[in-house]
Design a protein around this ligand. Structure first.
Ligand SMILES: Cc1nn(C)c(C)c1/N=N/c1ccc(/C=C/C(=O)NO)cc1
Ligand SMILES: [Zn+2]
Length: 369
């Protein structure tokens, strides 16, 4: 049983500029320049903790390649691709499309390497070179839609890889589980009418994108029932997420019987993240990973490929990322010093209003056949 790991220093060179968190700096509006929230630090620090903890020696290093234009055009419009390529040649780069997703000169090549990195990891898992794996890529991808980037995302990394798995690798049924704290609207949009790709998003209710990810978003046409959304109330902790895994995610996967499980893995649902208000701990991420591995073992030979998305606290995200990747690899847990601080918070266990929401979504799982 081998676990693949993909990271490349060039991901740290994706330049989101001197911003003011989300908005561009604007002194007249009191917005002082600062690092963009989506900066290289959290990814570099996950990588460095993987190295310093020694986990790196348990992982099979997978090298990324660039996604080709053809592979990108499988999910994006030519207009979007050509606009990113053009703005990537500007001296100070451009924006992925929503005005909040800047990239520097050469940003196209880095975004293509992120998408290609997820393709490479999916190929390594499908070929059996590794059983499962984690692609620590940047920029993220799960908000990007066909004609635009969005929410720090340039290309739909996971969607591009899923399309490649379907069209080139012959994988028929793919399940995407998105535990990033924001709605996986982009990935969902690409497969909304497709009964052979099940998308399940666990996210903080109406956090980002605005008015996106309601439990009524269930797919359309032949794909109806094959999009599941679990809009968890703010303040949901390990108990609520694990209840959602046990009552929605695992039963849905067991009914769907995927040949491959993909995960949009963000750590912005952690108890210390600036961009959301959930309470997940490293133990919560570890247990979610374990639950998925149990289902994958039962249904698809353990085949799981994870693609990195959000997560913005540079101090805590590394411990959440480490917990996931060491679980994939079956390695002994490295102690998370913050665990006593975050796991003791009130509200970590399942709350009645969270149980009610999850039970409401659980009732929809029966439509998967
Ligand atoms: C600015 C602004 N203005 N307005 C009206 C809205 C709604 C704005 N939010 N922008 C956001 C808020 C959160 C993210 C998180 C991305 C992520 O971590 N995804 O996984 C991205 C952009
Ligand atoms: Zn996010």
């Amino acid at each position: 049983m081998a676990t693949g790991y993909l990271y490349h220093e060039i991901f740290g060179w994706h330049d989101t500029g001197s911003n003011a968190g989300l908005f561009g700096a604007d002194p007249a509006a009191g917005l002082q320049p600062y690092m963009h929230l989506e900066n290289a630090e959290t990814k570099r620090r996950i990588h460095e903790l993987i190295v310093v903890s020694g986990l790196i020696d348990r992982l099979e290093r997978v090298r990324p390649r660039h996604a080709s234009e053809e592979e990108i055009l499988k999910v994006h419009t030519r207009d979007h691709l050509e606009r990113i390529q053009a703005e990537s040649r500007w001296p100070k780069g451009g924006d992925a499309g929503d005005g909040f997703s800047p990239f520097g000169k050469g940003g196209y090549e880095i975004a293509a390497l992120a998408a290609g990195g997820v393709i490479t990891m999916v190929e390594a898992v499908v070929s059996g070179d590794v059983t499962n794996g984690y692609a620590l890529v940047r920029p993220p991808g799960h908000h990007a839609v066909a004609g635009s980037g969005m929410g720090f995302c340039v290309f739909g990394n996971l969607a591009i890889a899923a399309r490649h798995a379907r069209d080139v690798l012959g994988v028929r049924r793919i399940a995407v589980v998105d535990w990033d704290v924001h709605h996986g609207n982009g990935t969902q949009s690409f497969f909304y009418g497709d009964p052979d790709v099940l998308t399940i998003s666990l996210h903080q209710d109406n956090c980002f994108p605005p008015d996106s990810g309601a439990l009524t978003e269930r797919g359309d046409g032949a794909g109806f029932g094959y999009a599941l959304n679990v809009p968890l109330p703010p303040g949901t902790g390990d108990g609520g997420y694990l209840y959602a895994m046990d009552r929605v995610v695992a039963p849905a996967l067991q009914r769907f019987r995927p040949d491959l499980i993909l995960v949009a893995s963000g750590f912005d649902g952690s108890a210390m993240d600036p961009l959301a208000r959930q309470l997940l701990t490293s133990e919560g991420y570890r247990t979610m990973t374990r639950r998925l591995m149990e289902v994958a073992e039962d249904l698809c030979g353990g085949r799981i490929a994870m693609s990195h998305e959000g997560g913005y606290n540079p101090v805590y995200v590394p411990f959440c990322g480490l917990a996931v990747i060491e679980t994939l690899a079956g390695a002994e847990p490295f102690a998370d010093p913050f665990l006593p601080v975050v796991s003791g918070m009130a509200g970590q266990d399942l709350q009645p209003h969270q149980k009610a929401l999850v039970d409401e979504v659980a009732a929809l799982v029966g439509d998967i056949s």
